[in-house]
Design a protein around this ligand. Structure first.
Ligand SMILES: Nc1nc2c(ncn2[C@@H]2O[C@H](COP(=O)(O)OP(=O)(O)OP(=O)(O)O)[C@@H](O)[C@H]2O)c(=O)[nH]1
Ligand SMILES: [Mg+2]
Length: 298
């Protein structure tokens, strides 16, 4: 079965691709052997992250349009944060790319984070690697930048775009440092708002001290996703960055290796089961965290 699937995926069979992703997601027997047969490809992964409601999906919608116009094939993965109290539930399909669901050159998959607190989907690395075996020109991963996910996306994507919206001048000062550090490009969306220019110059000022870290200026692009303004520039930058030989590559692979090993090692620990145990033990109000943990670490 697995061997046929790989062939079908390489041939661009979307149904087989969707099926394989589900099999890998559910760790169906043989999935890890299958992963070991994946060919090496260099399809760039573009990560798009930013605060909730910044316009990421609206941007991705137009990015797809531009790439499709260039006759490119695109896979899009949207990662929906699900509450840790609501394991595995999808918070509704909030993606705005409905135009593209049936387009032959576009593959869209929505994933819930499944309680990996604030992070990406637990199998996102494996899933993007499966996508890399298919004949896509680009893989886009949209994540909401809350908690850890923005840091994780930097370990996954070849290019990370951070989407921001113009806000009052003070707020940018308190913007999470995490977002600033991971961006290869900033997209200031909703630039139809009057304070967009002030926001961009604030952002530039904030980035100035990081100049020496990146050894180049990080591009800041203004967009109005709802009117498709500024998107050509964004796509152009994605294409030039992804064409460069990427010295991030070995760092990325190390991050991924680390992440997957960690997952394997953590397997015996079942969060739901632990929660039940803790609830039970906590009934008598004398719960001690460290006594509880002892059995798991000794
Ligand atoms: N004024 C204005 N509104 C925009 C712009 N881009 C997106 N919006 C609106 O902002 C809202 C959120 O857009 P989405 O594309 O769903 O944002 P998102 O970042 O994907 O949201 P989540 O995935 O929920 O985090 C929608 O109502 C969009 O129509 C823009 O450039 N200008
Ligand atoms: Mg979205």
């Amino acid at each position: 079965m697995w061997q046929n699937l790989l062939q079908e995926i390489s041939d661009g069979n979307i149904k087989s691709l969707a099926r394989t992703i589900s099999l890998v997601e559910n760790e169906v027997d043989g999935y890890f052997d299958f992963l070991q047969t994946l060919p090496t490809t260099s399809t760039p992964i573009i990560g798009i992250t930013g605060p909730p409601g910044a316009g990421k999906s609206t941007l991705v919608d137009t990015i797809i349009e531009q790439l499709v116009q260039q006759n490119k094939k695109v896979a899009v993965v949207c990662v929906d944060p699900s509450s840790p109290f609501n394991l595995g539930a999808l918070l509704g399909d909030r993606i705005r790319m409905s135009n593209w669901y049936n387009h032959p050159n576009v593959f869209i998959r929505s994933l819930a984070t499944r309680g990996s607190l604030g992070g990406l989907h637990p199998k996102i690395i494996e899933i993007t690697d499966v996508l890399k075996a298919a004949p896509f020109d680009y893989i886009i991963v949209e994540t909401v930048g809350v908690g850890q996910s923005e840091i994780e996306i930097a370990g996954l994507a070849d290019i990370t775009a951070v989407v921001l919206v113009p806000e009052a001048g003070d707020e940018i000062q308190t913007m999470k440092a995490g977002l600033m550090e991971i961006a290869d490009i900033f997209i200031v969306n909703k630039s139809d708002r009057p304070d967009a220019d002030a926001f961009v110059s604030n952002l530039k000022q904030m980035l100035a001290p990081t100049f020496h870290l990146h050894q180049q200026e990080i591009p800041i692009l203004k967009t109005v996703a709802t009117n498709k303004v500024g998107l050509e520039e964004v796509v152009k930058i994605f294409q030039t960055i992804s064409e460069k030989t990427n010295d991030k590559k070995s760092w990325l692979l190390t991050e991924k290796a680390f992440h997957i090993i960690q997952q394997f090692r953590m397997k015996p620990f079942n969060k739901l089961k632990m929660k039940e145990e803790i609830e039970e033990e906590n009934k008598n109000k004398s719960f001690n965290l460290y006594q509880y943990i002892k059995k798991y670490i000794s």
